[in-house]
Ligand binder design. Structure first.
Ligand SMILES: Cc1ncc(COP(=O)(O)O)c(C=O)c1O
Length: 445
């Protein structure tokens, strides 16, 4: 029998229904979960419903949600306008295996909001959008290799998994077409382009790895834009998280740097599945046939199907979400709550004399705990040793469980929504004070 920490014991006591479900689910799903990131020791929670900034578990606990829809829900849970749009569409049919006005409206919102979007193609997820983006860049340039950066996440496709964990089943030949480089190092990047004339594209999370936890410096984005233009390499911003969040026009509008291609998902679908790739017409048009050119159509053109591309339900939710982003101060509200939380947590760390910082830009915020360092609380760049300290698995797990016991699902990463209220933030800071105290009592801080 493994002995439980006081925090774990309380977690079991408060969540018996989830513990029981997890035990049953272990025989059904690998690790008992349906997404690697939902795995939690000793067990993850099971939820029944959600509204605004909170979700409710099977044991009746209300939990403030700082990972709403994995970042998809900038409007918060169950926004009434989204619920109505989806219910109305549901009654009119969910799939016509044909084109709709909805897809045109949805595509127009993307083009209106995202500076780089000349043309658009819809998918069902961010993984698909990223897969398609690098395929388009390869087809367009007729070159095989793609550069990505350490720790940057672009879904679970064979190519874009390069450099990460869990590479089982991916042919080495596939991985050999990917080059993984350190971020924020323009010399190494340019040298790689000099040494390899077969590079089609570079893809990155424009605010940095893990949704911005390991930041990309704005100056690096500018340098990347300049160097890729000079070498004719396609620059792809993966805006699956940052699109419609970091600003209405995503990271590209926030930083004033326009990539050649952009991938989107999450907020794009208004809480339902959806993805898109957008960018320069010439590149997106790699899907179009050239009449009478059989060789091109067979060997250069990209064939693209997908049962749920631009499906009416996701389109209805997505249109409403993008309309609200475009016409109301959704982003400003989420940003203001993030700032309140960031100030509150930095103040708390100071009061409790715990080294570390709350950092991040706009509505994406991170806690780098246990690291004595200087930073501007926006672009907190740590050395690998400092990052290892901040990522202390056992301490962060105990903190995560203690926070959940206090009614806050965040751990050390926060994705804010316009539905988080000022009172929610005050509640969260109080919860952190209790949780950090409990972690300290267990000798971990
Ligand atoms: C930056 C980024 N790109 C791509 C993806 C993959 O998107 P999806 O989970 O919709 O396949 C994610 C998912 O979290 C992501 O954070």
């Amino acid at each position: 029998m493994v002995s439980l920490s006081p925090i774990e014991q309380r977690y079991y006591d408060l969540h018996p229904g989830s513990a029981e479900r997890h035990d049953n689910a272990r025989g059904l799903f690998p690790n008992g979960v349906t997404h690697d990131a939902r795995k939690l020791n000793p067990f993850q929670l099971y939820f029944t419903h959600a509204e605004g900034s909170a979700k409710y578990d099977v044991d009746g606990n209300k939990i403030l949600d700082y990972f709403p829809g994995h970042g998809a829900l900038i409007l918060g849970h169950s926004h009434p306008d989204i619920v109505k749009a989806v219910q109305d569409q549901m009654a009119m049919g969910t799939h016509y295996s044909g084109s709709t006005d909805l897809e045109i409206q949805w595509g127009n919102w993307v083009r209106e909001l995202i500076p780089s979007a000349e043309k658009v193609r819809f998918h069902s997820s961010g993984t698909e959008a990223d897969m398609m983006a690098i395929r388009m860049a390869r087809a367009y340039t007729n070159k095989p290799k793609v550069i990505k950066f350490d720790d940057h996440f672009h879904g679970w496709s064979d190519y874009l998994s390069a450099g990460g964990d869990g590479l089982g089943g991916i042919p080495q030949e596939t991985l050999n077409t990917m080059i993984v480089l350190p971020p924020n190092d323009i010399e190494t990047f340019e040298q790689t382009l000099k040494d390899n004339d077969d590079i089609a594209a570079v893809i990155l999370e424009p605010t940095g790895a893990h949704m911005g936890a390991i930041p990309i410096l704005p100056s690096f984005l500018e340098q990347l834009r300049e160097v890729t233009t000079r070498y004719g390499v396609v620059l792809i911003f993966d805006e699956v998280v940052t699109g419609f969040r970091v600003s209405k026009g995503g990271a590209q509008e926030y930083f004033g740097i326009t990539p050649d291609m952009t991938t989107m998902a999450k907020i794009l679908g208004g809480g339902l599945p959806g993805g898109a790739v957008a960018g320069k017409s010439d590149i997106i048009n790699m899907i179009e046939e050239r009449p009478g050119d059989a060789d091109y159509n067979r060997n250069r053109r990209i064939a693209h199907n997908g049962t749920f591309n631009a499906n009416p339900l996701s389109a209805a939710a997505g249109i409403k979400a993008l309309e609200l982003v475009a016409t109301t101060p959704i982003n400003d509200t989420a940003d203001a709550r993030a700032l309140q939380l960031k100030h509150g947590l930095n103040d708390l760390l100071g009061r409790m004399e715990i080294p570390g910082c709350a950092t991040g830009i706009t509505s994406l915020m991170f806690l780098q705990l246990g690291v004595d360092h200087e930073c501007d609380n926006e672009y907190c760049v740590l050395t690998p040793e400092q990052r290892a300290q901040a990522n202390n698995g056992e301490r962060n797990l105990q903190l995560n469980l203690a926070l959940m016991n206090e009614g806050v699902a965040s751990g050390t990463r926060f994705i804010l929504t316009a539905a988080h209220s000022e009172e929610d933030i005050d509640f969260t800071i109080d919860a952190f004070e209790k949780a950090l105290g409990q972690v300290r009592n267990q000798g971990l801080l």
